[in-house]
Unconditional design. Structure first.
Length: 251
């Protein structure tokens, strides 16, 4: 079984491979891809794999955009941290879906379903449009629950300067230069924020527009940001997102 993994979180990709090693199936990982751009190029220059594991939120956008740019004929098992409301929309167009963190039993079930399935993975244009629209319209939040001491408090989203992940823990820094632990992943948070005010500059950092003090060129066509209350963090916009980030700043 030749498998292609499309996943922008190295930890999640490694975990998936560990779980695959525990199954009864023989397989070969062809490649692990983390962007839409690289996935489109891969499909145009390689033979169709037997199976694809595809995350929804990639480094440069939603993986559904891949279907708009190239033909994908291989069966797909989606892996996602999104809630049930979105999953139901595309479930009929894939072999299965797996909610993160992926469980061994659920992976085994999905692979068993794949071996018995002959379902086409072609997504109709109208359905694809609905998927992209629903996924790109996150529910806006005005507040967020954060840890403080042994309990929790709520802070206003407008108070957040930036959010970052470190050692699998998500932190939020406020205008008052206070640091809070947030019991959500970077992806979960970003998809509930107003994307006109917040931008995910790389896999582990989200910044608010009001926090940006200066933008400077950086190595390999990237840019580095000077952020208020940076707390020794370095804010580098990933190469794939630099152009889009500049567009975002101009809005």
């Amino acid at each position: 079984m030749k498998i292609l993994i499309i996943e922008d979180e190295p930890r999640a990709a490694n975990q998936l491979q560990r779980l695959l090693n525990k199954t009864d199936y023989e397989f070969q990982i062809l490649e692990v891809i983390d962007t839409i751009e690289d996935a489109v190029y891969w499909f145009k220059t390689n033979e169709t794999p037997d199976l694809i594991f595809m995350d929804i939120q990639l480094a440069d956008g939603l993986s559904f955009e891949i279907f708009q740019k190239t033909e994908v004929s291989a069966p797909i098992i989606f892996t996602t941290a999104f809630d049930q409301y979105a999953i139901q929309a595309f479930k009929v167009n894939s072999v299965d879906y797996l909610l993160k963190p992926i469980q061994q039993s659920e992976l085994d079930t999905a692979l068993n379903k794949f071996t018995k399935s002959t379902k086409s993975t072609t997504i109709e244009p109208l359905i694809l449009k609905e998927l992209l629209t629903s996924m790109q319209a996150p529910q806006k939040r005005s507040g967020i629950l954060v840890k403080e001491g042994s309990g929790f408090v709520q802070i206003r989203i407008s108070e957040l300067l930036y959010i970052y992940s470190q050692d699998s823990i998500t932190f939020g820094i406020t205008l008052q230069n206070k640091r809070y632990i947030i019991d959500e992943t970077i992806d979960q948070l970003f998809n509930s924020l107003d994307d006109t005010k917040f931008y995910k500059i790389n896999r582990g950092q989200i910044i608010s527009k009001v926090s940006i003090q200066r933008i400077d060129p950086y190595f390999n066509h990237r840019v580095v940001l000077s952020i208020a209350n940076s707390r020794d963090q370095e804010f580098i916009v990933s190469r794939q997102k630099t152009s889009d980030f500049k567009d975002w700043m101009n809005r």
